[in-house]
Structures are given as C-alpha cells and as structure tokens.
Design a protein around this ligand. Structure first.
Ligand SMILES: NC(=O)c1ccc[n+]([C@@H]2O[C@H](COP(=O)([O-])OP(=O)(O)OC[C@H]3O[C@@H](n4cnc5c(N)ncnc54)[C@H](OP(=O)(O)O)[C@@H]3O)[C@@H](O)[C@H]2O)c1
Length: 328
C-alpha cells in the first residue's frame, strides 16, 4: 500500500513510528497546513517521506500513492475523503467517520461506484483481544447488561474552561465526548450486538458541547450504557454481563488491554492475545491486505457496521440537542 497521510497532528505522530513494523506500507506523502508547515516537514524528514504538501489538490495530483489516511479534525473527514475518492484513491478515515449519517452514505456511494476501498480506522474492531471478548461474551449465558466507561479527564478541558476551544471541544469541528471518546464504546457494543432498537443520550452540555454523557442503547433483551467523559475521570473499564458470568474489558475500549472472564461463583481468568503493542498495528495490517486484494466484500461489511454507529451518533446528538459542524 502506497500511502498519503492527511494531517500531521497527534494521531499521525503516534502512527508514524509504527510504520517500521509494517513493511507492506510505504508512506509517500504527508499533508499539513501552511501554518504548521515546519512541523509537517520535520515529520517528512524524520520518517523519510518523499513529499510534503500544504494543498490537498496539489497532493491529490500525485500518482505516487494509491491510498489516503484521513487524520484531520473530524469536521474535515467528509470533504477530504470525498476529494480523495474523486481522485481515485482508496480511503482509510479516522473516527468518527463523518459528522452526519448522510455524509457517510455519500462517501459509500462514491467509493463503491469506483470500486475503491473506504474503511474507518477504528482500532477496537481489529484487535485480537476483541475477537477474544466476542467469543467470551457468547459463553456467559444470555447477555443482559453491557456497561462501557471511557472517562478520561482532558487537558484540553482546562483550556476549554479557560475560554480556549480546541477542536476536541468545538461543536463546529465535530468535537465532544460522544465523538471523541464514547465512539469507541459504541463501536464495541455495535460489534457485539448490531443495531439497537432505541437510543437515548443524556449529556452534560457546556457551551453547546457534550463534555461527558451516558448513551443508552436498548436491544430489547440486552441494555447497554456507554459512558464517555472528558470533564472527569474514573477507572476505565467495561463489563459485559450474562446470566452465567461476565467479561470485564480492562482498560479503554480503543486499546482493549486485556479481558477477564468471571463465573457467577467468582472464578476469574485474565487473557491478553495482543499481536503487537501498538493499538493501530492490527487495523493497518488488515487494511493493507484489503486494499492489495481489492476486497470490497470486507469493505461493504465494515461499512454496514460504521453506518449503524453513525445512525446511533446522529440520533444521540439530536436527543441531546447538540448540533455539530454548523453555526448555531
Ligand atoms: N489524538 C488521538 O489519540 C486520536 C486517536 C484516534 C483518532 N483520532 C482522530 O484523528 C483525527 C485527528 O486527531 P488529532 O488528535 O491528531 O488532531 P490534531 O492533533 O488537532 O491534528 C490534526 C491535524 O490536521 C491538520 N489540519 C487541520 N486542518 C487542515 C487542513 N485544512 N488541511 C490539512 N491539514 C489540516 C492539523 O494542522 P495544524 O496542526 O496546523 O492545525 C493537524 O496536523 C481526529 O478525527 C481524531 O478523532 C485521534
């Protein structure tokens, strides 16, 4: 896979050191903004990337890469992915896929029309521990309750309280606890149970953005609560409860550090099947295979999953009266 990276921020700086362990991926180009050109060029030099751009159209004229990794702030995912697809590139898009469900449908249409891959970079779906958690949750009797808590006090919340609104708390840029952090919990639950019957979001809203909140997903016989907080902290873990036992996911739902199976009698066993210490290894390993094999069956399957997540997000935000990506 010959890759262009859109963005040169936090996640890109975390991703680039992983490339040495993925020889099937060659990073050919990186795109940043004019205001931070120096930062982008420093990354270009450090990682031996052939070209650095500050203009997306210039970048997309290059025939030297086949795939774009969209890692810019949330409100730009749709426009940047759309341009990349229009230029005939496969797209790996950071979470959350888009701000609106209809935008994802539009990207899907464009990709499938051109027989291009379009996938969401959502770590948990690809981690070996996720397979283990899925299997374990089928062996604890009838599922009853799922509780995911990903609460992490954000240094950006201090800035927010002081009046500086960074993208992660900016409604216009698709920020908020649901989009930034709770989205991992939603992916975990949807991967286990699919589309819920009902969705409700109870959010703590400050200056038009959810700084924390509880999302209720009602599956009829199973109820799930997804808690995401950037304004407070607690032990980060999730529990999946059945009538014959439970599975505890230790750590955040984007890394799935390990999981513990517990019987009703209290017997416990902890498992960790990680293939690589970097949480992004498994997803990018799989994406490069999918793109190499033009595996559109896999792409369509993952898009069905992502669409359910986006439908949940849209319903939840409307429920809490939060409008993203537009002036209020
Ligand atoms: N941070 C994480 O741990 C993490 C984890 C998983 C997923 N993600 C996702 O990854 C995406 C990026 O997050 P981040 O934390 O890396 O954000 P970030 O640190 O703010 O980085 C965003 C990058 O996009 C660049 N950018 C902004 N507008 C642009 C434009 N018009 N053209 C080209 N580049 C532009 C920014 O340039 P400037 O520096 O000049 O603003 C910056 O390099 C988000 O969708 C987020 O949800 C983040």
């Amino acid at each position: 896979m010959k890759l262009a990276i859109f963005g040169s921020g936090k996640i890109v700086q975390e991703f680039l050191p992983l490339i040495k362990d993925l020889p099937e991926i060659q990073v050919k180009a990186i795109l940043g903004t004019k205001r931070s050109q120096e930062k982008t060029e420093k990354l270009q030099a450090t990682y031996g990337i052939e070209a650095a751009y500050t203009d997306i159209d210039e970048c997309l004229k290059s025939t030297d890469f086949d795939t774009v990794y969209v890692a810019v702030p949330n409100h730009l995912h749709y426009a940047f992915a759309k341009k990349a697809l229009a230029a005939g590139k496969h797209v790996i898009c950071e979470k959350p896929f888009t701000l609106k469900y209809a935008e994802l449908l539009e990207l899907e249409r464009l990709a499938l029309e051109k027989e291009l891959a379009l996938v969401e970079a959502i770590t948990n779906q690809y981690l070996a521990n996720y397979q283990g958690i899925k299997e374990a949750s089928q062996n604890i009797g009838q599922l009853k309750i799922i509780e995911c808590n990903y609460s992490q006090y954000s240094s950006r919340y201090d800035a927010f309280k002081a009046g500086t609104v960074l993208p992660a708390f900016d409604p216009k840029k698709g920020g908020g606890a649901l989009m930034d952090i709770n989205i991992y919990n939603i992916h975990l639950v949807v991967g286990l149970l699919g589309k819920p019957q009902r969705v409700q979001y109870f959010a703590n809203v400050e200056r038009a953005i959810d700084t924390s909140g509880m999302l209720i997903l009602d599956y009829g016989d199973v109820k799930a609560v997804c808690i995401g907080a950037k304004d407070s902290a607690a032990t980060i873990r999730s529990t999946i409860q059945g009538n014959e036992g439970s599975v505890v996911v230790n750590g955040p739902t984007n890394t799935l550090e390990s999981y513990t199976i517990e019987s009703l009698a209290g017997e416990q066993e902890t498992f960790d099947n990680k293939r690589h210490p970097h949480r992004m290894y498994d997803e990018f390993k799989q994406f490069s295979q999918v793109i190499k094999n033009k595996d559109l069956t896999f792409v369509k399957q993952q898009l069905e999953h992502s669409k359910i997540v986006m439908e949940i997000v849209e319903t939840a935000l409307a429920d809490a009266g939060i409008v993203l990506g537009e002036e209020k």
